[in-house]
Ligand binder design. Structure first.
Ligand SMILES: *Cc1c(COP(=O)(O)O)cnc(C)c1O
Length: 458
């Protein structure tokens, strides 16, 4: 088989800035050892997130010029609405400025005290919005998904027996909706199988509870289904996507992922009454229902992006390029969450730096080391993001996994950029025994990972 190449050529470039190790050491200190507080200019290869970092296509840029900026009833809205309806089959399409705005509206309406929202794994903003409403966010990931070294096809699947038992325990009236996150970002970008979506839907129907998809990476999930699930090899990815959404009563979407744009999102619903109430909130917090929090040109770019994401040459390259990074690291002995996910490689900091205990944030230590070594920005997904202090006991409760995410922006970096990343990770890996943990100097009450400041431990 020949090399799977980038299925595009480059016609606009952005230079990247080189720094020395000494400069990066100072930058880290000034940023409180938090990569979110480093200036992007000071980053050589930015793997902080795949969110909003896609390179847009010539057609998307052309669409930006086509954008209809009318306040109400803009042509661009109808193009956007048609694209989303065609893809999801959902009836009411509500544009928002990004995914969390859709979550905020949804959970303001269905959340609240005494309510529970089960999910395979809530992403951080989803959890925050559920909890902000007063409801409880419950993760019911299946056992395979919790073992970072286990190789299995669908480690994003929800635990169906646990879901069934949970509904029996809490009662359907306490559960306004069930969510499935495709792919499972917080659990390593692992896919959910069609069989699991179908079975979740059956449980939802049996209990008269709506099923929602957190659909940010719907196309990557669909392509994993095509590659791995029996019966889908010859099904066009567009039809797989349609089948996935056919089980959903609604979805939240961050267009900053699989719609290949830099800003945008939507809430899509089948329930007319819920949609009316959602639009009422939208007008207060985002904007008029035909633009939400977006400009007409953004809506054009999303509509075009949703078309391009289904290109199977693109998806082949996308999943292959992430797997390539993973395979090279595994070959060098670097422990990663296996198998590689759809949008990122997750280094397993628990195995990488076993001498650093969870309360000294092993993931954050690795993040800092990658920046120090190669100017690479990654992000901790472990006890900084999900660890907490138990209110009753005052004890530190670590996250289930201590991961470092290397998220790959869509259509941005070439294979030589990735080869450089591989070299830097391996170099850091070789000196890992000298790495020290960190302590938190200051933190915010919610989503602390964005702004916390750290100090290295002696
Ligand atoms: C990014 C993301 C969100 C939130 O979307 P934003 O556009 O960043 O607000 C929600 N869920 C998942 C799974 C995500 O990856």
């Amino acid at each position: 088989m020949k090399t799977i190449i980038e299925p595009f050529k480059i016609k606009s470039v952005e230079p990247i800035k080189f720094t020395t190790r000494e400069q990066r050491e100072r930058i880290l200190l000034e940023a409180g050892y938090n990569p979110f507080l480093i200036r992007a200019e000071d980053v050589l290869i930015d793997l902080l997130t795949d969110s909003g970092t896609s390179a847009m296509s010539a057609k998307q840029w052309a669409g930006m010029m086509e954008g209809d900026e009318s306040y109400a009833g803009a042509r661009s809205f109808f193009r956007f609405e048609t694209a989303v309806k065609e893809l999801t089959g959902l009836r009411y399409i509500i544009p928002t400025h990004q995914g969390r705005a859709a979550e905020k509206i949804l959970f303001t309406l269905v959340g609240g005290k005494g309510k529970f929202i089960p999910n395979n794994t809530h992403f951080d903003t989803t959890r925050a919005n559920v909890e902000f409403s007063g409801a409880v966010a419950v993760d019911l990931l299946n056992a395979q998904g919790k073992d970072p070294s286990l190789i299995a096809d669908f480690k994003g699947n929800i635990d169906l027996a646990a879901l069934d038992a949970f509904i029996k325990d809490k009662g359907r009236d306490a559960i306004p909706l069930i969510m499935l996150t495709v792919t499972n970002n917080a659990g390593g970008g692992q896919p959910v199988s069609m069989e699991n979506i179908r079975a979740t839907k059956a449980i939802a129907v049996k209990n008269k509870i709506p099923l929602f998809l957190d659909a940010c990476r719907f196309a990557e999930n669909a392509f994993f289904i095509k590659q791995r699930e029996a019966g889908y090899r010859d099904v066009p990815v567009r039809d797989i996507v349609k089948e996935m959404f056919s089980y959903a009563d609604g979805c939240t979407m961050s267009a900053k992922k699989d719609a290949l744009v830099n800003m945008g999102g939507f809430l899509a619903l089948n329930d007319e009454d819920l949609a009316t109430r959602a639009r009422n909130i939208l007008i207060v917090t985002e904007g008029f229902p035909t633009y939400g929090g977006l400009a007409g040109r953004d809506l054009e770019a999303i509509a075009q992006g949703l078309e391009e994401i289904l290109d199977e040459h693109y998806l082949t390259y996308r999943l292959r390029s992430v797997a390539y990074l993973g395979e090279k690291l595994v070959a060098a002995g670097v422990p990663i969450l296996e198998p590689p996910g759809g949008h990122a490689i997750y280094l397993d900091a628990k195995r990488l730096v076993p001498h650093i205990p969870p309360h000294e944030f092993p993931g954050q230590a690795v993040v800092c080391e990658l920046y120090r070594t190669g100017g690479i920005r990654s992000v901790e997904i472990g006890s900084v993001m999900f660890g907490r202090t138990d209110a009753a006991t005052g004890k530190f409760v670590p996250a289930q996994m201590e991961l470092v995410r290397l998220a790959i922006p869509r259509r941005v970096y070439t294979q030589s950029h990735i080869d450089y990343v591989i070299e830097c990770v391996i170099e850091s890996f070789q000196t890992r025994s000298q790495l020290k943990g960190l302590s938190i100097v200051s933190e915010a009450p919610m989503l602390r990972h964005f702004t916390a400041r750290f100090a290295p431990l002696p």
